[in-house]
Design a protein around this ligand. Structure first.
Ligand code: FAD
Length: 455
């Protein structure tokens, strides 16, 4: 293995994973970070949003009738305490864990904003650092719309994660997974939420039949969804008035807060990339080859700043593959199956080929409803289904979609099946523990073979 001096800009799930793996492979690694260690994911993204959703689950359970015979006549909910728990016990535990792992693996950490001086040197606060190879892992930031600039009450996802009180009314601009997750959290914490989406439906990356179930649940949570709608102006005068164009008319919505979640843009503007010859595409993404080398061969780019899904696990996968290449084991970054999850209620998860991308001539899809799954019935939650998409001839699994309880956990079994090119027979003959929701994956494979036991 080659022992290189490697500089990494950014300590998110791209940067920190690359750093640890490179150090494990014997390289001399330095990470530069201008904000908190752990990047967007740990500080203002994946982790805190899921913590907030967990709080919402508990509050929603207390507020709603169910068949368990549990009645709570009086309870208090302290949102500030929930926020403290999220920040101190969840986020801090994980970020200090990364700092510890850096120490353990002898990864050097430099706090400050980094930029390139040339193709062999980085500068932070006037000090220069030499490298043989560098990885740019600077992530992305929320897009600010010119027509709706951020203000005290017009906020981005970071602001929405750190509110001091649950808003009475919340308008969410953008029905992507970030907007929908935060809408789901606040709706179940008690906000009256309206989602404004320009497309004809929310969650456009997921199949329509999955989204139908999410929309149905949003309705139960009293969430209004406005599609084919555009929000062109917000007045923030202590509270907000939003002007939404829909069906040729303009509707006024009053709310305490407006969350703008219309996408993210790559952090590639202040790194001197053009100056040193690293080509940046017109959308701000860094141009890379199959090994994630930029147009300068000893400088690599990973995570949200390169094309593809902006997801933490994609960034980490690229990090490990690039670490191999830098360490002498040249490896293409090849994704067979990147799972995508939206942690709304019910959870949606998809991997590989879906209904929208399947080729009906060569692929077959089978859906198994959770109404026929014993564990789902005992969980009092049968909304959802499991779908496997396989090749008609070989029966090799090429895609899966899951909506319902634990979809985020169950999708990994399907990702593994795709990675290992398992067939429907392989899955149907794998003994699944009973009673579990995961049995529905065995059931759907039997269904695909025309031999369903439970349907
Ligand atoms: P980041 O995590 O953004 O890290 C980049 C780091 O680089 C940052 O810390 C930044 O400060 C630093 N940096 C930037 N420029 C410089 C510079 N010049 N010098 C020094 N440091 C610099 N993804 C999922 O997979 N699952 C989820 O459930 C999920 N939920 C999300 C929820 C929300 C609300 C948001 C906003 C995002 C969510 N994501 C989720 C997306 C995920 O957070 C990103 O895809 C992931 O963090 C990208 O990793 P990264 O390493 O590319 O960049």
């Amino acid at each position: 293995m080659i022992k290189n001096k490697v500089s990494i800009i950014g300590s998110g799930p791209g940067g920190y994973v690359a750093a640890i793996r490179l150090a494990q492979l014997g390289n001399d690694v330095t990470v530069f970070e201008k904000n908190d260690i752990g990047g967007c994911c740990l500080n203002v993204g994946c982790i805190p949003s899921k913590a907030l959703l967990e709080v919402a689950d508990h509050v929603y359970f207390l507020n709603n009738n169910h068949n368990f015979g549990v009645k709570v006549n009086d309870y208090t909910f302290d949102f500030k305490q929930a926020q403290n728990w999220k920040n101190r016990e969840v986020v801090n535990t994980l970020t200090s864990g990364i700092a510890m792992l850096f120490k353990k693996n002898q990864v050097k950490f430099v706090q400050g904003e980094a930029k390139f001086i040339n193709t062999k040197q980085i500068e932070v606060d006037g000090k220069s650092y030499n490298f043989d190879d560098a990885i740019i892992a600077t992530g992305s930031r929320p897009i600010e719309l010119k027509t709706i600039p951020f203000s005290e009450n017009v906020i981005d996802s970071t602001g929405a994660l750190n509110l001091e009180a649950v808003p009475k009314e919340l308008v969410v601009v953008g029905g992507g997974y970030i907007g929908c997750e935060l809408a789901s959290a606040y709706a179940r914490l008690g906000s009256k939420v309206t989602i404004v989406e320009a497309a004809d439906r929310i969650l456009i990356n997921f199949d329509q039949d999955m989204v139908d179930l999410v929309v149905q649940e949003f309705k139960k949570q009293n969430v209004t969804i406005m599609t084919n709608a555009s929000l062109d102006k917000v007045e923030d005068k202590g509270s907000c008035t939003s002007y939404v164009k829909i069906n040729g008319k303009v509707e006024e919505l009053k709310s305490d807060k407006v969350l703008v979640a219309v996408g993210r843009k790559p952090n590639t503007d202040n790194l001197n990339l053009n100056k040193i010859g690293v080509e940046v595409l017109s959308n701000g993404m860094v141009k890379i080859n199959d090994y994630h080398q930029t147009t300068i061969k000893n400088i690599y780019a990973i995570g949200d700043i390169v094309e593809g899904l902006a997801l933490a696990h994609k960034a980490s996968f690229e990090a490990k593959t690039v670490a191999d290449t830098i360490s002498g084991k040249k490896t293409k970054v090849e994704y067979l199956a990147i799972p995508a999850v939206c942690f709304v209620s019910p959870e949606c998860a998809s991997v590989g080929v879906n209904l929208a991308t399947m080729d009906k001539k060569i692929h077959a899809a089978s859906n198994f409803p959770l109404q026929a799954n014993g564990r789902s019935i005992s969980l009092n939650n049968t909304d959802g289904f499991v779908r496997l998409i396989s090749e008609k001839e070989s029966k090799v699994v090429v895609g899966a979609q899951i909506v319902g309880n634990y979809a985020s956990e169950l999708i990994t079994q399907c990702a593994l099946a795709i990675e290992c090119e398992l067939t429907l027979d392989d899955i149907s003959l794998t003994i699944h523990p009973h009673p579990t929701v995961s049995e529905s994956i065995m059931d759907v494979s039997e269904l695909g073979l025309g031999l369903p036991i439970h349907l």
